[in-house]
Write a protein that binds this ligand. Structure first.
Ligand SMILES: NC(=O)c1ccc[n+]([C@@H]2O[C@H](COP(=O)([O-])OP(=O)(O)OC[C@H]3O[C@@H](n4cnc5c(N)ncnc54)[C@H](O)[C@@H]3O)[C@@H](O)[C@H]2O)c1
Length: 357
């Protein structure tokens, strides 16, 4: 029935992931994201709508291809972890444009980590030097395992140098990566130590300020930066001089000018959009010596793709929920509530009658 809405919560996704290995799921989501980026012009695109507070942001991310519409609700509150809460939580909806009816309401907190790793992977496949083997991973929080697993299992990274200002976060990451026996994980004492000799540098820190996580003297020719954590006005990770010397690829330029590392650069600083690289209209890397930056902020299209993936592959795990009334006569919305009204009123009547008696 068209009005039935599927629901995928954390438990449903966990059940699915018990039978589907994470690398396989990230790879499949990357396939969905790539196929949607390849039909870039089919989408009605807009920069996300952000509501900022001093310590965080709540964003709505809508997009449509004319057949399906999706939005994601997502927050970013770096101080949350000190209170035992996630920095990033999310949920989203996939709807049919023809009727406007929602078809899927889903958790997107874990899914965001999967789709962000998938997008990083797509960019790195096109931008990192072939044969990249060593990655520095700066920021070892909620997103970090997903990035590490994607780059190890799907790009050929076999050594990861990890650093976080919070040693407990690094302990957690190292423990979670122990299952990947072919991956060497080395703890670094500083960002500079982690970055030295790395082919790829993934920054995935959370701090609402213009942080200088990586500075120009740490950069070596040919490095690829996968800059994930700077995704909000006033929240960046790379020194602007690194961008000035690099080939910079963004997701959706109007949004990245406001939110990405790009916010630090002049308005006419040239960038390429990811779809152009994936489409073969632009190159992701000009030479082995070139420094490349994927300035990731997260774009609605990636959530649209992830929701499509969930909609297709998790239908056996999803619940059907009564989000939309089921009506035999769609003009009789009142009929959906009328049958219950007497049940509410009868006890009231009984007590009134008793009072009168
Ligand atoms: N681009 C995207 O699509 C995308 C998607 C999801 C999350 N994000 C962003 O990625 C970032 C990380 O998200 P998360 O869910 O892992 O957050 P998290 O809070 O779980 O982890 C962030 C980690 O960064 C560490 N950190 C902070 N400052 C640091 C510094 N100067 N040097 C080293 N480590 C530092 C913290 O100690 C923490 O362990 C956030 O800023 C989030 O907004 C981006």
């Amino acid at each position: 029935m068209k009005s039935l809405v599927h629901y995928i919560g954390t438990q449903e996704l966990q059940a699915f992931l018990r039978h589907h290995p994470v690398p396989q799921v990230i790879d499949a989501i990357a396939g969905y994201i790539e196929s949607d980026y390849l039909r870039w012009h089919a989408f009605d695109k807009t920069a996300r709508l952000a509501s900022h507070s001093k310590i965080g942001v709540i964003e709505l991310m809508p997009i449509s291809d004319g057949q399906l519409y999706s939005f994601k609700y997502v927050n970013g509150h770096p101080a949350n972890t000190a209170a035992g809460l996630l920095t990033v939580t999310a949920f989203g909806v996939l709807a049919d444009v023809e009727t406007g009816y929602p078809r899927l309401l889903s958790e997107l907190t874990i899914t965001t980590a999967l789709r962000t790793a998938a997008t990083s992977l797509l960019a790195a496949r096109a931008m990192a030097r072939k044969g990249s083997r060593v990655m520095a991973l700066i920021g070892n929080g909620a997103q970090s395992e997903f990035q590490a697993i994607a780059f190890h299992c799907l790009l050929g990274i076999d050594e990861i140098r990890v650093f976080d200002v919070d040693p407990a976060a690094t302990d957690k990451l190292c423990a979670n990566l122990r299952a990947y026996a072919q991956l060497t994980v080395r703890r670094a004492a500083s960002v500079a130590e982690a970055v030295q000799g790395a082919d790829i540098v993934t920054t995935v820190t959370a701090d609402k300020r213009n942080a200088l996580i990586v500075t120009p003297e740490m950069v070596a020719p040919g490095m690829h930066f996968n800059a994930v954590g700077g995704d909000c006005p006033g929240k960046t990770e790379l020194h602007p001089a690194i961008l000035a010397q690099a080939r910079v690829v963004v997701e959706f330029e109007p949004q990245s000018r406001i939110e990405g590392e790009l916010q630090q650069m002049p308005a006419d600083f040239a960038v390429t959009e990811l779809w152009q690289v994936l489409h073969g209209q632009a190159t992701g890397r000009g030479s082995d010596a070139e420094v490349t930056v994927f300035d990731s902020v997260g774009f609605a299209l990636e959530d649209f793709s992830a929701l499509r993936y969930l909609d297709t592959h998790l239908s056996d795990y999803a619940q059907v929920i009564g989000l939309i009334p089921q009506l035999t006569d769609p003009k009789n919305l009142y009929g959906a509530i009328a049958p219950h009204s007497p049940a509410v009123r009868i006890p009231e009547l009984v007590s009134l009658i008793k009072e009168v008696e």
